[in-house]
Design a protein around this ligand. Structure first.
Ligand code: NI
Ligand code: MN
Length: 219
């Protein structure tokens, strides 16, 4: 059984019952956050880019969990610490105890000089979960879906900094995803968005609207 635990904004955890995989752990200062960084569990932390609403509390969580952090080398500047990092880059695939992770492109600024933003396809519990990170729509999402049959696409819908509901619905189509979960909306005024609008626009997949603090099983 694979659980999707949503902590608000772009922060969520995948839990297959053995491994806990945390993504973009922005909790302190996140108006949607539903968990204290001290209470978050993680074996791995995936970072999509270095904007503060994504790196967030990564360092503190790494310290208390001993988790391994995965990302583009330039964005994981935890210099001088004994944090465990695995640097990788676009197109790379990493074998992990629960499955694998493939780093895929995202069109967005990185938050640091020399870095780039990315997304991930994570294979866990025999399912492929695509997390877009922050990105606009791009047609090569079709290639991501051709390589890995996407069971769940976790997509930003807030607009302003990323694609909006209209483009995210097109992304679902490009990916050929079976299911979609909207994130990165309603945190602040510029990204206010009604997720029901996204749900109406998606004709090719099942949309699961998960509120911050809620969990669903990914089937
Ligand atoms: Ni960003
Ligand atoms: Mn963001």
């Amino acid at each position: 059984m694979l659980k999707f635990n949503y902590y608000g904004h772009a922060c969520f955890q995948l839990d297959d019952g053995k491994y806990k995989i945390l993504f973009d752990p922005f909790l302190t200062g996140n108006p949607q956050a539903t968990i204290n960084p001290d209470d978050v569990q993680a074996d791995y932390i995936f970072l999509t880019h270095a904007h503060s609403d994504h790196v967030g509390d990564a360092y503190d969580i790494l310290e208390h969990t001993g988790a391994t952090v995965i990302g583009i080398p330039e964005i994981m500047d935890f210099g001088g610490s004994n944090v465990k990092t695995i640097g990788m880059n676009l197109g790379g695939t990493l074998k992990l105890p629960f499955g694998y992770a493939r780093m895929v492109p995202a069109f967005h600024s990185s938050g640091v000089g020399g870095g780039i933003a990315c997304g991930y396809v994570v294979n866990i519990d025999s399912k492929n979960i695509y997390f877009a990170g922050d990105t606009c729509l791009f047609s090569d999402m079709k290639l991501i879906g051709e390589r890995d049959a996407i069971d769940y696409a976790i997509l930003p819908i807030g607009g302003h900094f990323t694609m909006d509901a209209v483009d995210a619905a097109k992304a679902v189509e490009f990916l050929g995803a079976k299911n979609a979960i909207p994130v990165h909306y309603d945190t602040w005024q510029p990204i206010e968005q009604n997720p029901e609008d996204f749900k109406k626009l998606v004709k090719t997949a099942q949309v699961h609207i998960v509120k911050p603090g809620e969990s669903i099983e990914l089937k």
